[in-house]
Design a protein around this ligand. Structure first.
Ligand code: ADP
Ligand code: MG
Ligand code: ZN
Length: 505
């Protein structure tokens, strides 16, 4: 999926610079400046009124809930919230924008100077940390320049392909939907970093509950700006903007493509033209859409129909107090509290609801770490193979806690757990049901196990010697051998004990 035959050496001479603009629809019941329902998927042109259509004489009234959500998001993203921000008109013509302008914010946005921590490939910060603080090792902060409030436009639906549409329909339900736009500094340097930033941004926004961030429905949309410059150069190169990319993976691919295209352009003596480009996922490449030179001058001016937005310190602090524990903090706490591996904690905190369900279960379990590992390794793989979400799992949290307990007490082997879980997924039954019915046979007869252990010992004299000269981990090999020989039916606790005894003996 490369633009051309640019070698890694040539690419390495350049530093990519990326800045992301993300629009997020807020989950308010009504629109930003009127009482129309803010709902995706309604019959076209049913949730509209003189205000969101911009009919003469209609006046906007700001939705307090939208402000609350915007402030929550800003605080969760470590932004400073302005106590006095100004709404502005952004003027342009488009068929799905009946007012002829969008209400947005311009030089006095709601919030500024935020940041998100992302993991770095090379372990250390490449640039000064945003926000003045220090990012933990292995991470760096991506600075958020601004977060402002605005309203969405309507939607044009084209029949046929966009370049040869036979008909275009307008659905104005989306006009006036409250949005926040979150703009980063030009300080992201790789497509992977952009991907990490977006993943974390979405996670944080989902935790705060201000948006469903559903990309298919357009609740979260990203424009990616990218340029390249020779390493060490102090001026930024001319950027292109890739629009209308509908997944984070595609954004990563589009950026990688664009970086190579720009380097190739410069290397062959050309110049990058500032323009907007579209990503074509089928072809894995970007296409020029319109050049920035021809772009609109939006003629921003303060919105005369809305007073400045003035927030009291109290309002902001109340919002701060309502912030939930955010993903990064929650991961760290859960790792400490339940002794989880970092990767497991990451998986378990991907959504707030799921983390809540895990923690509720973990509190009833003797060994939460075991519960976590069963969820991540055994459930995760099976769900993924079937393309199911966690909520669609036939095995409940209670089922996993039961399985973890049985494993812990050595009443069942991990091989048997795997077999039972396979049955759960085949039949769509919970673990408890399957376990009660199939109560796997266990060999708890020491004599029977000793026979198998003796055979394994006789077949591996070298390993026995190693054990006796101090390499105690070799015991695991014998346990594994006998477990296999018993078809997973050996009682693990008893087996461990007998193997140790025989090897010592
Ligand atoms: P525009 O007016 O074209 O939207 P902005 O200055 O508002 O440009 O910046 C939009 C986004 O592009 C921001 O995220 C910013 O960090 C990023 N950006 C600006 N200049 C560059 C550049 N030369 N290379 C890469 N990204 C850039
Ligand atoms: Mg832009
Ligand atoms: Zn309306």
């Amino acid at each position: 999926m490369t633009a051309a035959s640019i070698s890694a050496d040539v690419l390495a001479k350049y530093e990519p610079v990326i800045g992301l603009e993300v629009h997020v629809q807020l989950l308010t019941a009504t629109k930003a400046f009127c009482n129309c329902a803010n709902r995706f998927g309604a019959e076209p042109n049913t949730n509209i009124c003189p205000v969101c259509l911009g009919l003469p004489g209609a006046l906007p009234v700001l939705n307090e809930k939208a402000v609350e959500f915007a402030v929550l998001a800003a605080l969760a993203l470590n932004c400073e919230v302005r106590e006095r921000s100004i709404f502005a008109r952004k003027n342009y013509f488009y068929p799905d924008l009946p007012k002829g302008y969008q209400i947005s914010q311009y030089d006095k946005p709601l919030a500024e100077h935020g940041w998100i921590e992302v993991p770095t490939a090379n372990g250390g910060p490449k640039t000064a940390n945003a926000g003045g603080g220090i990012a933990p090792p292995g991470t760096r902060r991506i600075g958020i320049t601004r977060l402002h409030m605005e309203e969405d436009a309507g939607k044009s639906l084209h029949e046929g392909f966009s370049d040869s549409a036979t008909r275009t329909y307008l659905d104005l339900n989306r006009c006036g939907t409250p949005l926040i736009e979150i703009v980063t500094d030009p300080s992201i340097h790789t497509p992977d970093e952009a991907f990490e930033y977006l993943t974390r941004l979405k996670e944080i926004l989902l935790y705060t509950g201000v948006s469903d961030c559903n990309m298919e429905e357009g609740s979260l949309r990203c424009d990616a700006n990218v340029s390249v410059r020779l390493k060490g150069a102090d001026r930024l190169g001319a950027k292109t903007e890739v629009k209308n990319v509908n997944s984070f993976k595609f954004i990563r691919a589009a950026l990688a493509y664009e970086i190579e295209r720009q380097v190739e352009m410069i290397e062959s003596g050309g110049r990058v033209t500032q323009e907007t480009r579209l990503w074509n996922a089928d072809e894995g490449r970007t296409y020029a859409m319109r050049s920035k030179e021809q772009a609109h001058d939006y003629r921003y001016f303060p919105e005369p129909d809305l007073p400045p937005l003035v927030l009291t310190r109290e309002f902001i602090e109340q919002a701060r107090a309502r912030l939930p524990e955010l993903p990064e903090a929650r991961r760290k706490r859960m790792m400490a509290e339940y002794e989880l591996a970092a990767q497991d904690a990451q998986t378990l905190t991907a959504s707030r609801e799921f983390a809540d369900r895990f923690e509720a279960a973990a509190k009833t379990a003797k060994n939460p770490r075991r519960v976590a590992s069963l969820i991540v390794n055994e459930l995760g793989g099976r769900l993924k193979a079937l393309g199911l979400e966690q909520e669609e799992s036939p095995v409940s949290m209670a089922g996993i806690v039961l399985a973890a307990g049985l494993l812990d007490e050595g009443r069942i082997s991990s091989k048997q757990i795997k077999q039972l879980l396979d049955v759960c997924f085949e039949k769509g039954e919970d673990f408890g049901t399957v376990y009660e019915r199939e109560k796997p046979h266990q060999i708890t007869d020491a004599g029977a196990l000793e026979g198998l252990i003796d055979a394994a010992i006789a077949a591996n004299p070298k390993l026995v010697e190693q054990y006796r000269s101090g390499k105690k981990t070799v015991a695991g090999f014998f346990v594994g051998q006998v477990m296999r020989a018993s078809k997973g039916q050996a009682n693990p606790a008893l087996l461990n004990e007998l193997v140790a005894k025989k090897l010592e003996g």
